[in-house]
Ligand binder design. Structure first.
Ligand code: 5GP
Length: 175
């Protein structure tokens, strides 16, 4: 059975406001650069869709699909690349767009993959940051919201592929 929603952690208007701020900052920082947003499927797709529409600079979008959770709420130790990267990132300013950084394992794995493609610069933008469970040293250049150690869904984030369509971030009732 799919667990129900316990409470709303970040409202739709809070999300939209913060995305606009991030968009302004990224547009300023990457003015006159060759920016590629690298979206990590599937969780970051809603965030990416809103973020690109508040950017005032031209950008390209690329996608990579990783699988670290499967249908559970605990990360697995093995991360698999499902959708591979091509060489279009070479010499570009790459900004990884993530939904959430939890232990940091996925991001650290992805950074290694992207660095091998020799981008001109590489930075990270994550909508959510859950620092309490961090195991890997990771620098997140743009953070939407820092959240407590709790499992969240909505705005692209799922539980067993469900709840991605919620317009807010919610805490799941796992009790
Ligand atoms: P990490 O490798 O940093 O532990 O986990 C990163 C990935 O785990 C995220 O991209 C996301 O897919 C998943 N994840 C981590 N925390 C949560 C959470 O609270 N809710 C959901 N839905 N996914 C999470």
């Amino acid at each position: 059975m799919t667990p129900s929603i316990q409470s709303i952690l970040i409202s739709e208007s809070q999300l939209q406001g913060r995305v606009r701020e991030l968009g302004r900052q990224i547009s300023e920082d990457y003015k006159d650069r060759d920016l590629v947003l690298l979206c990590v499927l599937k969780g970051a797709v809603v965030f990416l869709a809103d973020l690109i529409r508040v950017l005032s600079i031209p950008v390209r979008c690329e996608f990579i699909q990783l699988n670290s959770y499967g249908n559970k709420t605990e990360p697995s130790h093995e991360i698999r690349v499902i959708q591979r990267l091509n060489d279009s990132l070479c010499q570009s300013d790459v900004l990884i767009v993530e939904d959430i950084v939890d232990t940091g394992g996925t991001l650290s794995f992805l950074m290694t993959q992207v660095k091998a493609l020799k981008p001109a610069t590489l930075k990270v933008c994550s909508l959510l940051d859950k620092p309490a469970r961090r195991r890997k040293d990771t620098v997140i250049d743009y953070v939407g919201f820092e959240i407590p150690d709790t499992f969240v869904v909505g705005y692209g984030l799922d539980y067993a592929q469900k709840y991605r369509n919620l317009p807010y971030i919610a805490i799941l009732d796992l009790a």
